[in-house]
Design a protein around this ligand. Structure first.
Ligand SMILES: [Zn+2]
Length: 228
């Protein structure tokens, strides 16, 4: 493990719509030399097969057991929350359980889901690291200055993810690359993470050359979560 973190903080398992077990994903991360891996299954959404509140203890225990079997990688427990209120009962989420996690990803924020302002009552109760998953920043905030968007994310305490999965690209170009002028403004102000959003491939868990190249070329390596 070098000085720079090699993180992948967005992965699905058989607890939601992923194909592999927690053990398999964590094992792949350790073999691939990642410093940090987060398990972030969909939670209580009607959109996809997902982790249910009743499974929460079992889910955390399984993550903990995988962490103990794989001491070469730091394992974080997390979920991904769908912020569309027609699919997820955002006001009835089990806050105490969510506060046992290390990390929470929010999807569709400021887009087809809730705005950050609408989420604030929820966010104010949550202690884990919180971040914005697979945002199409350049489209969502078109017409807004990068500085303003950086302030917005910082004020709400959100990190922003470089999502490496194929659905989050336009003409083959990842959303984060299309938003490079926004990422310039995030430097020193908004933390960034890398997420494979792996569902169906263990290779995808560790094949992260493209987002890390983007971070290096943009001088953003120090903005990465867990950078010392
Ligand atoms: Zn996801």
């Amino acid at each position: 493990m070098g000085a720079n973190p090699l993180i992948n903080l967005h992965n699905h398992t058989s607890y939601s719509d992923g194909d592999f077990t927690i053990e398999q994903v964590v094992d792949a991360a350790e073999r691939g030399g990642l410093s940090h891996i987060a398990i972030t299954d969909h939670f209580e959404t009607r959109k996809v097969y997902c982790l249910q509140t009743a499974q929460f203890d079992e889910y955390l225990e399984e993550i903990q057991a995988a962490a103990e079997r794989h001491p070469g990688v730091e394992v974080l427990s997390g979920v991904e929350i769908d912020t569309d209120p027609s699919r997820c009962d955002l006001e009835d989420l089990p806050i105490d359980l969510l506060n046992r996690l290390d990390i929470i990803l929010f999807e569709y924020v400021d887009d087809s889901g809730s705005s950050l302002e609408e989420l604030e009552p929820l966010l104010s109760q949550l202690r884990p690291l919180r971040g914005l998953a697979h945002m199409d920043i350049e489209r969502i905030y078109s017409g807004r200055e990068p500085d303003e968007v950086a302030s917005r994310f910082r004020d709400f305490g959100m990190f922003v993810e470089l999502n490496n999965a194929l659905p989050y690209r336009r003409d083959g170009v990842p959303f984060y690359e299309l938003a490079s002028r926004y990422f310039e403004a995030f430097h020193g102000r908004v933390r960034v993470s890398v997420g494979a959003d792996a569902h169906h491939s263990l290779e995808a868990v560790v094949r992260l050359d493209r987002p890390y190249r983007f971070l290096r070329n943009g001088g953003l390596t120090r903005d990465l979560l867990f950078h010392p």
